[in-house]
Design a protein around this ligand. Structure first.
Ligand SMILES: Cc1ncc(COP(=O)(O)O)c(C=O)c1O
Length: 415
């Protein structure tokens, strides 16, 4: 059986006939706003008119589609498969937990896996107490509420091109692709949010209660702020008595070479938001904060004022614990691996941005390039408001051979 370290093998046209069949059926039953579909048969756009491939299985850095094509996934499935797709130890922990207790009662009755995970997260982050969620946006909501509780002030400062998710609270602070994401809903988004330039001058924060920022922007284009900017923002936030929230849904759990991107500078948030790579594919997230921030909520008086049906799902907690253990051996290699890839790209004349295995390659026509790469067997997505970079955020376990094969394919596509 494959261990997920193979280079691509494309045996049909991409997308293949089976993928097309599934996508046709999906289009009948799914809201058309969800899966991008380019109606390839009806379209006059030719090569630019591809439907998606339909995934069948995955392991390590490899994904297979329903047509039997093998791909190398340079997205880690939106940054989730940091420890590799279908990591065996993470899957075993999930299966064992499913056979023991797949569900528990959120804020009413806990189970030991939740306690173990919260203790592990505290040790890893240096923060104290947490609220678990099911998605990144969920944890962003919990962090924003914590900021309100801690500061007592409703104004939130967020940043241009920052992406925090699309649920209403998270969307209100999202600064990425605002015309499309916010447009139809603008009248239902609160007037409590101000936006500043990411990496730019820090505005007056005297009326601000919460500052939310990605230490390195992901969807916004793999943007690293100038050295010292995050520290200056943290100082200004503290001086204003506001709560500082670092959204590390994308950068967390080793993506940038540190366990958390904020560790690159001597700064500490009041609340840290994590998700994506936390549990090897199980939808679980967390907002973890200082004791002061979390205790600002006060104690539950029987009916928790922030909870959800699946809070602290034991399968997610067990998988997260196993995933963190797996990442312990992987994270130390991320920086050298990323440095190697970066130097190879620079040697080929590309401008690159990012840190660790979160790299943006600045090339023109990233949409067309990513489609051509898909046909060559590489799953890779553009990032940035103008799709100005090709985002490379592979499983952290990706091999040098797989990365070399990507470099060769990229050369071929750009030739
Ligand atoms: C930095 C950041 N925050 C929040 C989110 C939202 O997470 P989710 O899509 O799991 O709700 C994302 C998703 O891409 C993200 O990159």
């Amino acid at each position: 059986m494959s261990d997920g370290t193979e280079i691509p093998l494309v045996v049909t046209e991409v997308p293949g006939p089976r993928s097309c069949e599934w996508v046709d059926r999906l289009a009948v039953r799914e809201c058309p706003a969800i899966t991008a579909r380019r109606s390839r048969r009806a379209s006059a756009l030719g090569a630019a008119a591809d439907d998606p491939i339909v995934w069948e299985s995955a392991v390590g850095a490899n994904v297979w589609d329903v047509d039997g094509n093998r791909f190398v996934d340079l997205t880690a499935g939106f940054g989730v498969a940091s420890a590799g797709h279908r990591n065996p130890a993470v899957m075993a922990a999930g299966v064992a937990q499913m056979n023991r207790l797949p569900h528990v009662m959120g804020d009413a009755f806990p189970d030991p896996t939740r306690v173990l995970l919260l203790e592990r997260l505290a040790a890893l982050t240096g923060l104290d107490r947490a609220i678990l969620g099911s998605s990144g946006s969920d944890a962003v909501e919990a962090a924003l509420k914590t900021g309100m509780m801690l500061s007592g002030r409703s104004t939130v400062l967020s940043f241009s091109a920052g992406y925090h998710g699309l649920s209403y609270g998270a969307l209100a602070v999202t600064g990425y692709n605002v015309d499309a994401f916010r447009g139809p809903f603008e009248s239902q988004l609160g007037p409590h949010v101000r936006r500043a330039e990411f990496g730019g001058q820090i505005p007056d924060l005297s009326d601000v209660g919460t500052v939310i920022v990605e230490p390195v922007q992901g969807r916004g284009g793999i943007r690293v702020p100038p050295a010292g900017w995050l520290g200056a923002l943290a100082d200004a936030t503290r001086a204003a008595g506001a709560a500082l929230v670092f959204d590390e849904v994308y950068t967390g759990f080793g993506r940038t070479g540190d366990w958390f991107a904020f560790q690159d500078e001597a700064v500490r948030p009041d609340v840290l938001v994590l998700g994506k790579g936390m549990a090897g594919g199980f939808p679980i997230s967390v907002a973890i904060g200082t004791a002061e921030a979390m205790d600002a909520w006060g104690a539950s008086e029987g009916q928790s004022i922030h909870t959800q049906t699946f809070l602290g799902n034991p399968v997610g907690c067990a998988m997260a614990l196993a995933c963190i253990e797996q990442l312990e051996t992987v994270v130390p290699d991320v920086r050298p691996k990323g440095e190697w890839l970066r130097s190879e790209l620079i040697a080929r004349g590309h401008s690159v941005r990012g840190r660790g295995l979160m790299i943006g390659i600045e090339i023109p026509n990233t949409l067309a390039v990513s489609r051509a790469l898909l046909r060559a067997g590489f799953i890779v997505l553009p990032a940035g408001e103008q799709a100005e970079v090709l985002g490379v955020t592979p499983p952290l376990t990706i091999t040098q051979t797989q990365l070399e094969s990507f470099l060769v394919a990229l050369d071929g596509v750009l030739a």
